[in-house]
Design a protein around this ligand. Sequence first.
Ligand code: AMP
Length: 411
Amino acid sequence: MQSNDNQLSHVSPVRGMKDLYGKDYKSYSKFLDVALQIGSLHCFSVMNTPIVEHLDVFVRSIGESSDIISKEIYEFTDKNGKRLCLRPEGTAAVMRAIVSEKLTQSMPLKLMYYGEMFRYDRPQKGRYRQFRQFGLEHLGDKSPYNDANIILIAHTIFSKLNIKDIAVNINSIGGLESRSKYILCIVDILSSKAKYLSVDSKNRLAKNPLRILDSKDKTDQEICASLPSILEYLSSDEMSYFETVQNCLEICGIDYKIDKCLVRGLDYYTDTTFEIKKDGLAICGGGRYDNLLSEFGGPNVSGVGCAFGIERVCEYISVNIADNTCVAVIPVSDDDMPYAYRVFNVLNCDCKEFIHLGNIKKKLQRANKINCRVAVIIGESERCGNNVCVKWMGSGEQKIIDIDDLNSSVC
Ligand code: AMP
C-alpha cells in the first residue's frame, strides 16, 4: 500500500496505554457499577480529583526515593513554568483535595474515587503506563475495625464480581519509632550481604532500606526471607492493634496470611498494610496512613484506604458480550420508513436499533449479527393497519401486534 505523506504515522496508542472498548469496556463498567454500589452501601461518596496535579503533591507524600517518584512519574512543566505531573495514584490527590475543599472539619470522611493513573514502568502483563484505579479512603476514627472494614469491603467487591481464589496478605509496619529501629537492624544485616543484592536494592540500602523487602528480584527475596520480622519490632500497642485487625478478619470469615515482607511501594503507610492477590498478581492494595493529611496542612487525622487495579481485576470479570436484549425496527421498503421511524421512537426498551439500509434479507442478517432478541418488521399492510409484525429471532415465531401494545409485548 502506498503511504500518504499527510497521514499520521502514529496510529497505535502510546506504549503501555490502551484503547478501551468492546468487551474490555463492558468489564470495566461492570466493575465500576459493583464497586460504586458496594462503596455507597458502606457510606462512601465519590470524590474524583484532576488527572494533572502539582508535582509536589506526590513527591513529599509517596517519597522521593520510591520507584514511583524516582523513576515512574510523568512530570512536565506547563507553559507558565509550573512543575506538574500526571497523577500516579489517588490517595495523595484525595488528601490534597480534602484540604483544598476545606473538608477537614467534616471528619470522619469516607470517600471513594476512580480514574486514570500514570506510571512510566516497563509494560508487561497487568502492568500499564496508563491504568485505572478505584479507591476507598476512610479518614478519622483511627481504629483497627476500620482497617479490617476496608479489607472486608474489598473482599465483598470481589465476591460480588464472582472472583474467587483470592489471597489476602496483611502485615503491620508499625509507627515511625518502631520502624526506625527495625530499619537500623536490617541495614546492619543487609550491608553485610550487599554484594549479593540487586543494583536497585544496593541503592535502596542507602536511600530507603525498607523498600528492599518489596524487591521483585529472586536473590533479594531470598535474602529478605531470612531477615527478622518487622512484627518483632512493634510496640505492644501496635501489636495489639494489629491483632484486633486479625480478629476482625476472622469474625468476618476472611482467610488471610501474614506476609512479613509486605511494606508496599509508597512511603506514607503506617501500621496495617495489605494486598489482595490473584494468580500471584496484586489486584488491590492498601493500608493505614497516619501523617498524610497533615503533610498537606490538614489536621493530624489518620486514614485507611485501598486501591484496586481495574485492568487487573477486569481480567477476571466475565461479561456477556452478546447479550441479546436489543430490539430491531425494520422497514421492508423505503415507503415504510416514516411509519417505521415513528415506531422506533415509540419503542421504550433498553436497547433498540433502526435497521433501514439494504434489502430485507440484508436487514434481517444485520439483526441476527448484532444478536437482536426481537425484530419489529413493518411492511405495507402493517403501515396501513396501524400495527407491526413482531418476530422473535430465537424461535422464529411471528405475531401481528397493535402499535399501542408494542412496548408491553417486546420490552
Ligand atoms: P498501588 O497504588 O501501587 O498501591 O497499587 C494498587 C493497585 O493498582 C495494585 O494492586 C495493582 O492492582 C494496580 N496497579 C499498580 N500499578 C499498576 C500498573 N502499572 N498497571 C496496572 N495496574 C497497576
